[in-house]
Design a protein around this ligand. Sequence first.
Ligand code: ADP
Length: 387
Amino acid sequence: MWLLTLIAIAIAVGVHFWWRKKYAALEGQRVAEIETSQRRQQQTNVDAKAQQQVLFNSMIEGLLLLDRTQKIYLANRAFKNLFGLKIELRGKTILEALRLHELDDLVKRVEAEGQVFDHELKLPDLSERWLRVNAAVISNSAGEREGTILVFHDLTRLKQLERTREEFVANVSHELRTPLSLIKGYVETLLDGARNNPDVAERFLKIIERNTNRLDLLIQDLLTISALESGRMKLTLRPVDLRLLVDKVFTDLHSKAENKKIGLVNELAGLTAGADADRLDQVLANLVDNAIKYGQANGSVRVGGKKLDDGRLEISVQDDGPGIPPEALDRVFERFYRVDKARSRDQGGTGLGLSIVKHIVQAHGGEARVESEPGKGATFFFTLPEA
Ligand code: ADP
């Protein structure tokens, strides 16, 4: 019996030691596995964070994440660029980081209402920047508030376009109203009895005729501008002999030049442009017409041209009038810009001629510019491709 007990004890001790050895190996394996898994998890977290960072920084919209204490947790690159910030923002409040009370108030509104859409924010700097902010509270699955997310879109360009459009509509209305109210006034005076005096009637009818012509011109110019700006105007490019085209333009404007005793000089020879002849006619007619309108009586208007080193052609239209003041040189190509409004209107100008010139030249891949020394006339230049 004692022998059996001894054998049983020996087996039990053997099993115990075998088991301890095996368990120790297993335990070591388990610890190593846990460590590997932790390392993998850490790496995954780092990767996910890096990916998140890349994603956030590649966004065009500015992104701001606030934690539940309303401190900045994350601000992407676009956000920093929008606000011109270079400092670390993490841990700061909106007021500390941006000193923008309007944005701070917005965050409080989001807190109260859960979300705020399409809030327009004008940055209080001199750059006239506008932002659109969309914001919402972030909650976890238990419905508890974790923080706030704010997304910023730059509206500046859109606002500028809107303003340009509004100015354009205001200008057009004004330009249309001036001749219309003149026409209306003179028609009423004629109906009130002025028609009974033939001399007065004739004078008034001439004023009415001049103003209807002006309206007609204005509408034609507006239609041209609209077709050019929308890209609806298609160019038919052909070889155009510039000398012949300028001769034609001079013939069309001959009587206007004659009235002011202005000599028209065509200095072009042997240049052929690859251009749309009708549109080019319009460019030259506008420039020569201006040169006659603003040039001095008994003076001359010269059209010249040369081939540039890069192969393009450069055409010039030169007058010897009062010229253009330096501060207006960049602006004369803008729609409705005039150095002297009254003078332009007196001459029947629409304020759109040079804008049309610029658009047509650009549609040909060229550039238009002006040089002038006040008192010494103005020279308009534009480039065109050679045929
Ligand atoms: P407008 O119908 O008023 O002539 P434009 O667009 O053709 O409109 O020209 C814009 C303005 O540029 C004119 O009102 C005028 O003040 C100025 N301008 C244009 N051409 C000349 C020139 N040759 N000499 C002096 N000023 C000019």
